[in-house]
Design a protein around this ligand. Structure first.
Ligand SMILES: Nc1ncnc2c1ncn2[C@@H]1O[C@H](COP(=O)(O)OP(=O)(O)OP(=O)(O)O)[C@@H](O)[C@H]1O
Length: 228
């Protein structure tokens, strides 16, 4: 059983003459521990695909199974449970909580976890150190640079300790050096066993991953594995 299984997945937004077909009969299998990039022109369906993989959206047709669970059969509560347990998102605009501290942002995924405060603090401190942002712990995130914000976003994704990390243009707002550092971090997480899917327009960024899926007009045009 693959970790991610999309079978003939289509996604249509809107109805009748206003309908947009964002994905057309997409079939993808991904095993645990894969590191994949999704490339394609603007509007080709990349974010829609990532949203479906992350259980933020469901297919109009076809089947999506995550870790063997048929996602479109779940109700909203079950969907949010599987999302919280299995998936972490990293967005281009970081999606941090403004006016909260670095610590509070990184601790967010642990909010509802049944752990003692001490255990939570240990975990957050561990990832703050790992990302080299421990000295920023009390700082308001709105005062940080782009590269620092991205580190906070990655620390938050790591703290969740989810098996699947989905990143939509994670280096889009970063300069080359910070972009490369972020990809090194994702490589490290992949080596530690995480499954990672990254949307990117950038061949260099895709070069860090082990498999490249190209999508054009909602159709997969290429799916190739490579050695790093
Ligand atoms: N919620 C929505 N309602 C209506 N149409 C949508 C919605 N989301 C996406 N679309 C349409 O679906 C198509 C695919 O969009 P999607 O955002 O997945 O593309 P993308 O490849 O991620 O683009 P970009 O690289 O510009 O972010 C586009 O034509 C878009 O306009």
């Amino acid at each position: 059983m693959a970790f991610i299984e999309l079978d003939n997945v289509s996604k249509v937004f809107g109805q009748a003459e206003y309908a947009t077909v964002a994905l057309k009969q997409v079939t993808i299998r991904m095993d645990k521990g894969e590191f994949v990039s999704i490339m394609g022109p603007s509007g080709s369906g990349k974010s829609t695909l990532l949203n479906i993989m992350g259980c933020m959206d469901i297919p109009s047709e076809g089947e999506y199974r995550l870790n063997g669970t048929l996602i479109q059969k779940l109700n909203d509560r079950e969907l949010s449970q599987i999302r919280n347990k299995t998936v972490s998102f990293v967005f281009q605009n970081f999606a941090l909580m403004h006016n909260f501290s670095v610590y509070e942002n990184v601790a967010l995924p642990l909010f509802k976890r049944k752990m003692s405060l001490k255990e939570k603090k240990e975990k957050v401190d561990y990832y703050l150190h790992k990302l080299g942002i421990a000295d920023l712990s009390d700082k308001n995130v709105s005062k940080l640079s782009g590269g620092q914000k991205q580190r906070v976003a990655i620390a938050r994704a790591m703290t969740a300790e989810a098996e699947l990390i989905l990143a939509d243009e994670p280096t889009g707002a970063l300069d080359q050096k910070n972009g490369a550092q972020l990809m090194e971090l994702l490589c490290q997480m992949n080596e530690e066993g995480k499954s990672i899917v990254v949307i990117t327009h950038d061949e260099k960024i895709a070069g860090y991953t082990k498999r490249i899926i190209n999508i054009v007009d909602g159709v997969i045009t290429e799916d190739r594995k490579k050695e790093r």
